[in-house]
Design a protein around this ligand. Structure first.
Ligand code: XIL
Length: 336
């Protein structure tokens, strides 16, 4: 087939091209389901819920659960044969509303109370989607990112419960759905210091028999980093522990984070080409490791919706453009 856009119906389907390799996923918000419907049905056989399962959205108040957006996404994914990935149960950042950390009298929650709340939350959410959500990002981003000697990010979970909050979360999720695959999800673990810290934690989990089946390498990429060598090292390091590897939040910004020159330079043909080359290289590595790769999931589907864009800042990180048409990067992923 010629490398040109013949419209959504005649171009190759990514999920078919990758059938013998791994599922191709997209992180989706309920507001985009209709607009992306044809694109999703044609190219994607896995879905992560971008925000609808996060604690503040699904469980904003103590006795207040709001399942509707997640239910709709789960129904859509199920009716189109997409494997569903649950993101995420415990996360210090945008993952936990303030009330969770405080007792009824306004004092800081005790270890027992916070554990009890975590367990209730995990049992309720995982229990509701049991048999539908195949795998969960049980804990997100718990490792300290800066090189300050600390192993764990210093937040309320760590302060109130201690580092075993991570293990407890996996145990609670396993209790709620013994058949679900459980993942630890993290960013920038291609880089050696953070990779080492993460490895130390996961080795301990393995030795202690904590129920964990995989690791999500988020993969928010730029045109230059991480190197392919770093990516390979990360895949091999975690696969050696017997963990499945989920490329869990792939996007490839053509401008690095905080680079505002995008505002006047825009998306040039040169950048489109460099993005295509880099996407081609990344997928070549993913294909090489297909035996251990659980799936490759983009953190979105098309350039018109990405968490990387703020206001008028644009990053154009995906294979499909604002009109859902394939970009040069699509072809280097779909044809090899
Ligand atoms: C982001 C969503 O894409 C945004 O819509 C939301 O406002 C904030 O969270 N790492 C993660 C994801 O694990 O949950 C984040 O998703 C992106 C970074």
């Amino acid at each position: 087939m010629k490398k040109e856009d013949k419209g959504c119906c005649t171009i190759p389907s990514l999920k078919e091209v990758y059938q013998a390799y791994f599922p191709i996923g997209a992180a989706i918000e309920v507001v985009n389901v209709e607009r992306y419907s044809d694109l999703l049905k044609k190219h994607f056989n896995a879905m992560t819920l971008e925000n609808s399962l996060k604690w503040p959205n699904i469980h904003p108040g103590k006795d207040d659960y709001r399942f509707e957006p997640a239910d709709r996404l789960v129904d859509f994914a199920m009716s189109h044969g997409m494997r569903i990935h649950g993101h995420t149960l415990v996360w210090y950042a945008m993952g936990t509303p303030e009330w969770v950390y405080y007792a009824e009298d306004g004092a800081m929650a005790s270890r027992e109370l916070l554990l009890e709340r975590m367990q209730e939350h995990i049992h309720t959410v995982v229990g509701r989607y049991k048999g539908k959500v195949a795998a969960w990002d049980v804990v997100n981003e718990a490792i300290e990112n800066t090189d300050n000697g600390r192993q764990y990010h210093d937040g309320e979970y760590l302060q109130i419960i201690g580092p075993d909050y991570i293990k407890k979360a996996f145990q609670f999720a396993h209790e709620a759905d013994p058949d679900a695959l459980l993942f630890y999800n993290e960013y920038q673990i291609e880089f050696s210091i953070k990779r080492g810290k993460t490895l130390r934690m996961l080795k301990e989990f393995r030795e202690e028999g904590i129920p964990i089946h995989g690791i999500g390498i988020q993969s928010h990429e730029t045109l230059d980093v991480p190197s392919l060598g770093e990516l390979r090292d990360a895949i091999e390091t975690f696969a050696a522990l017997g963990l499945k590897i989920h490329i869990s939040e792939l996007d490839l910004s053509v401008y690095p984070y905080r680079d505002t020159t995008c505002l006047y330079k825009g998306l040039t043909p040169e950048l489109l080409e460099r993005q295509a080359v880099r996407y081609g290289e990344l997928f070549k590595v993913f294909r090489e490791y297909r035996d251990v790769i659980y799936g490759v999931t983009f953190w979105g589907a098309a350039d018109d919706h990405t968490w990387l864009d703020h206001g008028i800042r644009r990053t154009w990180p995906f294979l499909f453009d604002d009109d859902l048409k394939p970009k040069p990067a699509f072809w280097s992923v779909a044809q090899f």
